[in-house]
Design a protein around this ligand. Sequence first.
Ligand code: ATP
Ligand code: MG
Length: 228
Amino acid sequence: MIIFKNISKIYGENTVALDNISFEIKSGEFVLIIGKSGAGKTTVLKILRREEEPTKGNVFYKNRNLLEIPHRRLGEIRRKIAIIHQDFKLLEKRTVLENIALPLEIASKMSFKDIKNEVIKIAERLRLKRKLNQIVKTLSGGEKQKVCLARSLIMKPEVLLADEPTGNLDILGTFEILEILKNLNNDGITIVLATHNKDIVETLKTRVLTFNNGRLIKDENPGTFSLL
Ligand SMILES: Nc1ncnc2c1ncn2[C@@H]1O[C@H](COP(=O)(O)OP(=O)(O)OP(=O)(O)O)[C@@H](O)[C@H]1O
Ligand SMILES: [Mg+2]
């Protein structure tokens, strides 16, 4: 489904963020990307949505070379490959409902009633229904993370990229997000999760790509947690 072929990324003159990286991810996999700070995890995720262009190499999504897709069509790819960020990027002064509805309001011609029904379905699934009319600013960190997830899911992505989605959460919040991600994966969504959290690696017992200084040093299934 996703192929990284000899990808290198050099920022500026000489910051080698990724050094000749190749891997393949099959549809339906749950893959963890681990590595120390600066190892290149976020850069991998950005290249997967073409938020950054690689300096060298190619990246394929369902046999299409992502680098050959014209800019005006990148929106389609980014709807299929959703991302959740560690720093939420939510509209803090708006309600949960408004935040989750926003992508559909922008990208579809659905009536607000139909959009609201979609939001309610997702909110039920993530146990957010009670919170739909609450202003985002007043939510806990774990609740905000669930709103981010809901906002990505409303576009029915095929792949979900999660960049440190539990970075600010305590252990219970972390496990709740992991449970939700596992359920989504069981429903067929391919998941790529970047983390430095040992508990996540040990709980999920899934494939792990380990990065160090821009190099892919291990690709094991199930993988273990070691950053070197
Ligand atoms: N826009 C940029 N301009 C210059 N250098 C960058 C840029 N983005 C990332 N880098 C550098 O590329 C390297 C890899 O960064 P990246 O963000 O991919 O690491 P990471 O593994 O996600 O780290 P963290 O765990 O801290 O999030 C780092 O050395 C970083 O400083
Ligand atoms: Mg990062």
